[in-house]
Design a protein around this ligand. Sequence first.
Ligand code: C2E
Ligand code: MG
Ligand code: MG
Ligand code: MG
Length: 278
Amino acid sequence: QAKQQGRATYRFYTQALHDQSVERVQLERLLRHALERNEFELYYQPQVDLCDGRIIGCEALIRWNHPGMGQVSPARFIPIAEQSGLIIDIGNWVMKQACHQAKRWHDQGWDIKVSFNVSARQFMRSGELMQSLRDALAESGVDPTRMEVELTESLLLDPQGMGEILHEIRALGIQLALDDFGTGYSSLSYLRRFPISILKIDRSFVSAADNNADDAEMVKTIIGMAHNLRMSLIAEGIETNAQRDMLETQGCEVGQGYHYSCPVPATEFSLLLQQGIR
Ligand code: C2E
Ligand code: MG
Ligand code: MG
Ligand code: MG
């Protein structure tokens, strides 16, 4: 009985694994043509001054519009792009697109910064990453100090290699933000050896903080220590007024989240800039 059950469970899991890998292979195949078929689009989510509600910048977030499948979430395809190496070309497209769009907004008189995500695989090919960043800046003519690279904490586990490339990126003028902060292992004092000027407090703390005293205390500690290190803060995933109020009270200066706006296409973001939020 037990043995039979075991076998059935085993068959169930291998079938599920098989389905998963078939899906992966299919997605990867479609992903290979997505760039040339122009199926990617950047959406932009506003980053808002928590005091006065002004839009001070935005994060560029990739969307894949597939004719048959509709919009595929980055949570689904970015891991596949990373494992297959496709993230290099996709990432280069993202930075070019983000730089050109930022330049357009600046030319229209909007004083905003634009951040974009760079994945571990891109950092591993550091020579190519630097060249792509230089190209994107030169081709677009954007002011590099208004551009921001978002990286995740796990990358900092290799301090030697990362320190060097992060300093090179900083030397271009681009600012560095640590994404999803609080979910990894790095202590704030450890962060001092890297030229990172912005911490993005992970959504999990923000959403828990207005009903959980421990999380609220944690957020307070992160904000206090970041300020001691002269870093600025962005709270991710603000969904409610209570969360916004709590973060402002604790001294967080900037927020991002559905409470203000979900990520939107560039034309809609232009409208947000004109009309303001709310
Ligand atoms: P991330 O960089 O941490 O981006 C924030 C994610 O949280 C976005 O999901 C955003 O839509 C979502 N979000 C924003 N506000 C709220 C909120 O109030 N509530 C909730 N529940 N979610 C909120 P998205 O766009 O689906 O992207 C997911 C992840 O995919 C990103 O997380 C990032 O790691 C990755 N990603 C997206 N675009 C790119 C890209 O161009 N390159 C790379 N390498 N990764 C990307
Ligand atoms: Mg990000
Ligand atoms: Mg994030
Ligand atoms: Mg995140």
